[in-house]
Structure formats: structure tokens, C-alpha cells
Design a protein around this ligand. Structure first.
Ligand code: FES
Length: 313
């Protein structure tokens, strides 16, 4: 954990604030890459936010926070309490949404507050001189963060889709003619990412890269789970994973150290190798082919499809 001071809190759009964080002693902060996030910590509140400032300014990390009254409370807490001079803590930066800089052409799609990692990617692609198009969707201009910056810096690549102006994004037509090797990076609401996921089924694997705000299907509901047995082949150990616990929890309780980070199936840190048994994959990390291979799983959320799994642990 690193101590940081809130240098600025700025209204960025309706219900969106941009928070600038600096080192308490004026030192440089860690470098980061487009798609990176930090974990912002205030008392018991911990939330992940994508970095969206300019990488040239090594003294400041910037994040944007959408106030979500229907959410789990973190965004409302930060909106209502964070002010300049506050001391907060951060973990990271970490990047689970890497921009592959080697490809020749890019389509970037941002829905609402999903602009935060996407704007950093657009900045980078522009600096690299790579061809890209940027679709930015929102309910209306008043709700769309960084609109002025996006229009100023990326006007040649930008198509704005403001819902209240009647110009919604038509995904099939926007993505009807992907060039060979073109990659698509998207961040936004789950319905946008699901629609993209359906389209991507026809694309070459590895074309679509998405950042989910939250995991969808990994909430543990003991009434609908079954317990299973896990054999740790390398340790000569057999564990029971109850219907009320995750595989990661069972491993940790048994003293088996598996690194983890998001605990929501988003980051890939807790991957373990599987040598026997069928996996019920619930993460958002593995590709179709990787899932079908049935040889690795995310311990924080995925489970056994049957009664038993053997892990190379
Ligand atoms: S800890 Fe992030 S996927 Fe499991």
C-alpha cells in the first residue's frame, strides 16, 4: 500500500469526478501503461479504478469515479467524502487490460465511464502513430466524461454516440469490416460487452479485448453450489471444497499459497493447473480455446463441474 494525497477533485461530467493523487513528499509515482488500474483505499472501502491521466506527468495519478447510487456504496463514499488534502492509500498500478502495441490497426469502444482506460489507450496509439478509430457511447454529452479532451485530442478518430441525440452505436455495422489483424478494445456496461462477445464469436481468437467493471457470474450462492474434492498431486494432499467456499479459500485454509488479486475472476492471478476432472469455468480471463483445453482454472471463482479435480499443486 502506498500513501497518496488528494491534490484535486474536479467535476468531469454529470455524476463523474476526476481525482488527482500525488505523493505526500512530492516524489514521482510509479509508471503505468494504458489499461492499468489502481485500488483506491479509504478506511474499509476498496475499489478499483482505471488510470486516465497523462503518463508524461509522473507526479500524478488520475482516476475518474462515477457515482452509482445503486452500487455497493464505494463510489458514493468516495464522491461524498474525498476532498483535496485527504490522505488515502493505493495499491498498484496493475494492468489486466494490456494494449498490444504490435498490431497494425485498432478499434476502441468506450461505453460511459468505460472511457477511462480507453482514453489512455487512444493517447498511446496516437503517440505511436498507429491507425485507430474510437467509438464513445453515452446517455448524453452531459454524462460523458473527458468529452472535451477526447474531442480535442482524438477528433480524427472519434465517432460520438450520444443516446439523447439519437445516435446510438450500431455494433454490427461499426465492426462489419475489421481489417486483418485488427484488434478491438472495449470497456463499458455489461450489455455492451456481451453484444461484442457475441459478434466476436465469428472473429479470429484474440481480436477482442475487454475490461469488465465487475464479474458477472462468480457470486457464490451456496444453495446452488455443490461441494467437491480436490487432489493436490504434487503435495499428496486431498481437500474438500464446501458449497459455501471457493477453491481459493479452501486452498488458503489448508496453508496452500496461491497468489490472488481481484478475487472476482477478472485478473488471472490465481490461475492453477488442472490435470484431471472437468472444470466449471466462471472467470472472465480465459479464452474459448483455453477453457476448452480444460487444463487450468481461476481458483477464486471457478469450480469443479463434477465431484473431483486434480491440480498440479
Ligand atoms: S484473483 Fe483475479 S482471477 Fe482470481
Amino acid at each position: 500500500m502506498r500513501r497518496v494525497v488528494v491534490a484535486e477533485v474536479k467535476r468531469e461530467a454529470e455524476a463523474v469526478i476526476c481525482v488527482g493523487l500525488v505523493d505526500p513528499h512530492g516524489r514521482e509515482l510509479p509508471d503505468w501503461t494504458p489499461g492499468s488500474h489502481i485500488e483506491l483505499v479509504s478506511g474499509e472501502w476498496r475499489r478499483y479504478y482505471s488510470l486516465c491521466g497523462t503518463r508524461d506527468d509522473r507526479n500524478r495519478l488520475s482516476i475518474a469515479i462515477l457515482r452509482e447510487p445503486e452500487g455497493r456504496g464505494g463510489s458514493v463514499h468516495f464522491h461524498d467524502t474525498v476532498k483535496p488534502g485527504d490522505v488515502l492509500h493505493i495499491a498498484g498500478p496493475k494492468n489486466h487490460f494490456h494494449l498490444d502495441e504490435t498490431t497494425t490497426r485498432y478499434t476502441l469502444i468506450a461505453g460511459g465511464i468505460g472511457i477511462t482506460p480507453i482514453i489512455a489507450m487512444a493517447d498511446r496509439l496516437k503517440a505511436l502513430g498507429k491507425p485507430y478509430v474510437l467509438h464513445y457511447c453515452g446517455a448524453g454529452r452531459r454524462t460523458m466524461a473527458f468529452l472535451e479532451r477526447v474531442e480535442r485530442d482524438h477528433s480524427a478518430a472519434l465517432t460520438l454516440h450520444a443516446g439523447d441525440e439519437g445516435c446510438r452505436l450500431n455494433l454490427p455495422s461499426a465492426l462489419s469490416s475489421l481489417a486483418e489483424g485488427e484488434q478491438v478494445y472495449a470497456c463499458g456496461p455489461e450489455r455492451l460487452l456481451e453484444a461484442l462477445g457475441s459478434l466476436a464469436e465469428k472473429w479470429p481468437e484474440g481480436t477482442l479485448h475487454v475490461e469488465h467493471f465487475t464479474a458477472r457470474s462468480n457470486i457464490l450462492d451456496p444453495e446452488n453450489e455443490h461441494a467437491f474434492e480436490v487432489v493436490l498431486a504434487d503435495s499428496d494432499l486431498t481437500l474438500q471444497v464446501g458449497n459455501h467456499q471457493t477453491l481459493l479459500e479452501a486452498l488458503t485454509s489448508a496453508g496452500v499459497d496461491v497468489p490472488s488479486d481481484c478475487c472476482e475472476g477478472l485478473c488471472g492471478t490465481c490461475e492453477v493447473a488442472v490435470t484431471d476432472g472437468n472444470i466449471d469455468h466462471r472467470d472472465l480471463v480465459l479464452s474459448r480455446t483455453e477453457r476448452d483445453a480444460n487444463d487450468r482454472m481461476m481458483a477464486c471463482c471457478s469450480r469443479a463441474a463434477g465431484k473431483r479435480l486434480t491440480l498440479a499443486l
